[in-house]
Design a protein around this ligand. Structure first.
Ligand code: FAD
Length: 443
């Protein structure tokens, strides 16, 4: 950081686009990483020197130009809901909040084009008013931005039908480079892939075009079973059924449902939350009967998005309810082998009996995948490492929710590609420093 950058920023931007007070610096230097006790400790005290809140792309450019001219670290931020510390500025500098760059530029048949800070809940509402809907929503959609989702997230509601962010949802991206003379790069087709889930380390998104799906009448159900194994098998059969249209299938071992206090759910029963096309209700009831289950909860489609819904209890959200009552709980994220997931979970639970099963079904790369995010009471970081080793030994792939670097977070395979893009788009290496580990060759 060269001296004088603060004065340069104040010269180039209106006063209201810059925050310098301590409370704002703390607030906008944080995200939801405190959900991990490991990250909470590792990221304590990391704070920006300034928060920039540009209201136009011209103001964003001024922030970039000052950052590049004075070599000031720059960390982009959307709604700040990510939970791996992706928004935390490890080396200080400027956090650039894009939530005021939130225009919907175009809403057409089958697509929407927006600025990076467009709120995903608003996008879903606008799409549904036009007879369409978003392909994917993170369960934090009410607060999160589209740029934040595709840079920090991976999938969610809709992933059981449309896959993850890598499966075609994004049609194009405009990326602004971080240089004294910023350039815009239009990224399309396969070139989009490396940008997704790159934590804002390889360019700043200024525009996104996403696909939309036709609007569906979604009914939400809670289906219960004697044990988590039957619930998981029912979930698998439903998820794998190509005829029954659904937007979410999510399994919870008892007592996780006991924490979902807004709903009246029966005791001692494993729970599968299902978001289903109203036209397929009969098939759901038949499948429930075949697995000796019971439909114990139903939310009609005219309540969809109007009250608490099952997405408020799935993906990252189920554990918020648990942690609200018992903050000691944390989780780990696994991809199980669909041909032997029961065996894998049983083997892991045999070694870690306090683990409670939670599963989300989704399509990944055209195939059905099972993401297990079991919860357990945190004891020590060493025990989390033992649990990871145990999961790997039983053939599960682990994406570590207790690390802030992209490699540990599941992108180790792409580090070289990310670095080659970064050198072009961010030649001074200012973007979200410390999140993308140096490849061997650059050390
Ligand atoms: C309870 C809970 C539930 C969650 N559920 C889900 C879920 O279902 N699915 C899921 O995928 N995730 C989930 N998450 C993680 C997160 O909420 C989502 O990924 C969310 O969409 C992130 O959006 P955001 O606007 O809050 O992004 P932020 O947290 O603000 O940012 C995320 C990343 O994007 C980068 N970024 C932001 N804007 C830009 C830009 N313009 N250019 C370049 N980089 C940028 C940031 O630097 C950061 O690395 C959950 C988190 C919590 C705490």
């Amino acid at each position: 950081m060269r001296q004088g950058w603060q004065d340069a920023l104040k010269r180039e931007l209106p006063e209201e686009a810059l925050l310098w007070d301590h409370a704002s610096l703390v607030k906008f230097s944080n995200d939801m990483h405190h959900l991990s006790p490991v990250l909470e400790e590792a990221l304590e005290g990391k704070i920006a020197d300034c928060i920039a809140v540009p209201r136009t792309l011209e103001e964003l450019d001024q922030v970039i130009i000052v950052a590049a001219s004075y070599e000031v670290p720059l960390t982009p931020r959307g709604g700040g809901t990510c939970n791996y510390g992706q928004c935390v500025p490890l080396t200080g500098g400027i956090v650039v909040d894009v939530t005021k760059l939130n225009r919907v530029i175009e809403l057409g048949e089958g697509f929407m084009r927006v600025e990076p800070g467009a709120n995903m809940g608003r996008m879903e509402t606008l799409a549904r008013e036009a007879g369409q809907e978003m392909l994917l929503l993170p369960t934090t959609f009410k607060k999160s931005t589209l740029a934040g989702f595709i840079m920090g997230g991976f999938g969610g509601v809709g992933s059981i039908a449309w896959g993850t962010i890598w499966d075609g949802m994004v049609e194009s991206l405009s990326i602004r480079t971080v240089e004294a003379e910023p350039q815009t790069i239009l990224v399309e087709g396969q070139n989009i892939q490396p940008y997704l889930h790159s934590y804002g380390t390889i360019g700043i998104i200024t525009e996104i075009r996403v696909k939309l799906a036709p609007k569906t009448k979604w009914i939400q159900y809670g289906v219960t079973f004697d044990d988590w194994q039957t619930a998981a098998q029912f979930g698998y059969a439903l998820a794998d059924n190509p005829v029954i249209r659904k937007r979410l299938v999510s399994v919870n071992e008892w007592p996780i449902p006991s924490y979902f206090t807004p709903f009246q759910l029966p005791s001692d029963r494993a729970l599968v939350f299902v978001m289903l096309d109203a036209d397929h209700e009969d098939q759901l009831r038949a499948l429930t009967e075949a697995w000796n289950g019971r439909v114990d909860m139903e939310l009609p489609y005219d309540e969809y998005h109007k009250k608490l819904g099952i997405s408020d209890f799935s993906f990252g959200h189920y554990r918020l309810w648990v942690q609200k009552k018992d903050p000691a709980y944390t989780n780990i994220q696994l991809f199980l082998d669909p041909s032997r997931y029961l065996e894998q979970f049983e083997a892991i639970k045999a070694e870690f009996p306090d683990l409670l099963v939670h599963i989300e079904y989704m399509i990944r790369g055209g195939k059905l995948a099972m993401m297990g995010t079991p919860i357990f009471r945190y004891q020590t970081e060493a025990r989390i490492q033992q649990l990871k080793a145990c999961c790997i030994a039983h053939g599960a792939k682990v994406d570590d929710p207790h690390t802030y670097d992209l490699e540990g977070g599941g992108r180790a395979y792409a580090v070289d590609t990310l670095w080659s893009i970064k050198r072009q788009n961010d030649p001074l290496l200012l973007l979200n420093q410390g999140k993308l580990s140096q490849p061997e060759a650059a050390l």
